[in-house]
Design a protein around this ligand. Structure first.
Ligand code: GLA
Length: 388
């Protein structure tokens, strides 16, 4: 039986051969991610606990000597983007995907890396628009391909910054560092406790009989960038009212002081971030101790905080999480994951409970569009590197 990875390798090799002729020099890969807990905390330099997943983007590449970068998107009807490294790298309006490639390369250049020409073919199986960081996987895979092309070794945190800068400057999303850092530094069988101030990553082993379930609500993530950027501004506003630059440095006592100094809505945003940082650290401890019930409780609390204080959980996604939590009955937990306003629910469950969750969700959940949820069991996977 052909595995999904084998299919993906075949797609990227065939695409490469059809467009550029012959074989690539090498293939780089980078995974998507799912966040277990610690949502909307990264851009306040807080904590999150994601894992890289076994859905990934591949970049097959071969050097060129003429300073051109030619990129083929195998999944986008074979669209091609091309630019000359002798000219400033600027965004294009023709293909949205191309800006992630261009933005990553521009960020590498701005950081002093002297780039060289290459032919790149890209293919991936991270679901698009589901909140599983398909764009971070693309950015990190491109940076990894260039790393190979130039024969250098980039530290995970530095590589992650390139993708983040691509989002900021070429895609218009003021995202944090979680997605790219997870894609760069993931560890098979582990979640990563990220300190988004120092970019330190601490692998936390996932208990052996625990499954990571991802359930796509099929609620389209509308207005994500504008609402996301607004949340970010509200966090900055709350920090400033406390005389801080980042909410990372606020605690429960600071929340009390903040009350009355900012509009109630901004205060609730701050409460989400402050309490979510605490929950994330406690969840890492619980998982390390094999305490699935403890981790599950924190995940449910996180969901409520995202819904009631951060206002990013649409009703259908809330219903999906409620359904899954009902089946798990405390032995694990479920919460919305990612930027919000739609997308996926993540659940930690005993492997023996996965089938019951699947049955209940397929039977009882429908998106507003009438579609059933999509359900994936994910394996916590290694971060970016060469395809071996
Ligand atoms: C998106 C962003 C991340 C992070 C999450 C919310 O995925 O890209 O940086 O802020 O939302 O936790």
């Amino acid at each position: 039986m052909t595995t999904e990875r084998e299919q993906l390798i075949a797609t990227v090799r065939q695409g490469f051969a059809a467009r550029f002729g012959g074989e690539p020099a090498a293939i780089a890969r980078a995974p998507g991610r799912v966040n277990l807990i610690g949502e909307h905390t990264d851009y306040s330099e807080g904590f999150c606990l994601p894992c890289a997943i076994d859905r990934e983007t591949l970049v097959a590449w071969r050097p060129r000597d003429d300073g051109l970068v030619t990129t083929l998107a195998c999944d986008q009807g074979g669209q091609v983007d091309r630019f000359n490294l002798a000219d400033p790298i600027v965004p294009v309006s023709s293909h949205a995907w191309a800006n992630y490639v261009r933005g990553t390369l521009a960020a590498m250049q701005a950081d002093g890396i002297v780039l060289k020409g290459a032919d790149l073919a890209i293919a991936g199986n991270v679901p698009l628009g589901a909140g599983l960081s398909s764009s971070a996987a693309l950015e990190t895979a491109v940076a990894t391909a260039l790393e190979q092309r130039l024969g250098v070794a980039l530290e995970a945190g530095r590589k992650a910054r390139f993708g983040q800068r691509a989002e900021h400057e070429f895609a218009g999303c003021q995202c944090g560092i979680m997605d790219q850092l997870t894609s760069a530094a993931g560890r098979a069988g582990h979640a990563l406790l990220l300190d988004c101030r120092t970019l330190a990553t601490q692998p936390i082993p996932l208990p052996g009989d625990v499954a990571v379930l991802v359930l796509h609500s099929r609620v389209q993530r509308g207005l994500v960038d504008s609402e996301y950027n607004l949340r970010r501004e509200q966090c900055v506003q709350a920090a400033a009212a406390l005389g801080l630059t980042m909410l990372r440095d606020a605690d429960e006592a600071a929340l009390q002081r903040l009350s009355g100094r900012v509009p109630e809505l901004v205060w609730r945003r701050a409460r989400h971030v402050v309490t979510e940082n605490g929950r994330t650290l406690r969840a890492a401890e619980a998982l390390r101790a094999g305490d699935l019930r403890g981790a599950g409780t924190l995940m449910r609390e996180s969901h409520v905080s995202m819904r009631d204080d951060f206002d990013i959980v649409p009703p259908a996604v809330d219903e999906l999480a409620r359904l899954v939590n009902g089946v798990l009955a405390g032995e694990g937990g479920a919460r919305m994951t990612g930027g919000g306003f739609g997308g996926c629910v993540v659940a930690l469950a005993r492997t023996g409970a996965v089938e019951a969750v699947r049955e209940a969700v397929l039977r009882d959940y429908r998106a507003p569009s009438g579609e059933p949820a999509l359900i994936w069991t994910c394996r916590a996977s290694d971060g970016a590197g060469a395809l071996t």
